[in-house]
Design a protein around this ligand. Structure first.
Ligand code: CP3
Length: 346
């Protein structure tokens, strides 16, 4: 590894170094809270077009880096490009979440295929390639994917859901059938992440946003096992690539997730007790998190106080400052500027 790369603060923290001022980036740091994002978004017909147009995806990835100087840039894309590339077309309708024609049985899986995966995702790899050239020397580049469980919830429900009754129900009633879907998404995701590394991603994050609805047995089968497979596939080819896992809402199951998946770091959601995390996780992996996005939305003294509490509790071990979930779109950009100041010692 060359010197410039190993000196990036974000990569140093992920290797277990304890930095005086923690590196900082925010989930969903590119997006609708930024006027410069809304301007570009207004000129394309759909959100996925933005993800598949390297010139524009590079630009919106760089916007928050220019404005705030974060320590890492995250590739601008979406977790749902994977089902889209497998042949289950994804639509984003204005003002609504994603829509897919649901797959709910083994027979439905016939529409899915790995054959055109990389061809379909080539524009995303091109975006990563361009970013790896254009980013400032001290800024790390994060590639990402959804974890198989979270991606599968959208594939089975056909949209966002509250209770995930179809996805969980399929897994509980017919685990063998449901694991065919999970295995396919796992294979696609591992291959997708390897290509992102080849294109220049220096870190990978796996978003399991809906891990928190799973019981312990389900968590083991649908969150831990597929993630462990992805991590081992990636590490077999790229042993030095750090992987951050985000099993949002997993509570004390974060401990098994850390012990059994092989990730180098975990992103903590805002409900995680900080002392518990410091005690049970931070001697094994780097921690990332976990300011409540609602505190960033509101700003002011309540935000400052919580930032200082997080720095105090987690800053003693390897740590990366982040939110507990993505930025809320109504967040005033000046609150983000304030957050950056406070984290960096203001
Ligand atoms: O800045 C970044 O973090 C990088 C880009 C990024 C997006 N989505 C852009 C996006 C990342 C890392 C994601 C991850 C993602 N996408 C997750 C996991 C993280 C999480 O938030 O839990 C999930 C579950 C999705 C699926 C998804 N994408 C939904 C449910 C929606 C609709 C809800 C919404 O916020 O609009 C999206 C759309 C989406 N993904 C937008 C952006 C900027 C907004 C679309 C727009 O601009 O019209």
């Amino acid at each position: 590894m060359n010197n410039t790369v190993s000196q990036k603060p974000f990569l140093r923290a992920l290797k277990g170094e304890n930095l005086k001022s923690p590196p900082l980036w925010l989930m969903r740091q590119a997006g609708r809270y930024l006027p410069e994002y809304r301007e570009i978004r207004g000129n394309v017909s759909g959100f996925l077009e933005l993800c598949y147009t390297p010139e524009l995806a590079v630009e919106v990835t760089l916007q928050p880096i220019r404005r705030y100087g974060f320590d890492a840039a995250i590739l601008f894309s979406d977790i749902l490009v994977v089902p889209d590339a497998l042949g289950q077309a994804v639509r984003f309708e204005e003002g609504e979440g994603p829509k897919l024609n649901p797959v709910r049985s083994v027979a439905d899986l016939d529409i899915l295929s790995l054959d055109r995966l990389h061809e379909h995702l080539a524009p995303v790899y091109e975006t990563v390639r361009r970013l790896s050239v254009e980013l400032p020397d001290e800024t790390a580049l994060i590639g990402f994917a959804g974890a198989p469980w979270t991606v599968a919830t959208y594939m089975v429900e056909g949209k966002g859901s509250r209770d995930f009754a179809n996805a969980r129900g399929w897994g509980l009633q017919d685990p063998e059938g449901f694991s065919k879907l999970i295995d396919l998404v796992t294979e696609a995701t591992a291959a997708y992440l390897c290509r992102q590394v080849e294109a220049g991603a220096e870190v990978l994050q796996i978003f399991d946003s809906w891990a928190g609805v799973l019981s312990e047995n389900e968590f083991e089968k649908w969150a831990i096992e597929p993630t462990a497979k992805i991590v081992s596939t990636v590490k077999a080819r790229y042993p030095d690539i750090p992987v951050i896992g985000f099993p949002r809402g997993a509570g004390i199951l974060y401990k098994r997730y850390v012990a059994e998946t092989g990730v180098d770091a975990v992103s903590l959601d805002s409900t995680m007790p900080l002392d518990w995390a410091a005690e049970n996780l931070q001697d094994k992996v780097a921690l990332q998190g976990n300011l409540d996005p609602l505190l960033l939305l509101g700003g002011g003294e309540p935000m400052d106080r919580e930032i200082r509490r997080i720095l105090d509790r987690l800053g003693k071990g390897p740590f990366i400052f982040n939110l507990g979930h993505g930025i809320i779109k109504e967040t005033p950009p000046e609150n983000v500027a304030r957050l950056v100041d406070v984290v960096r010692g203001g």
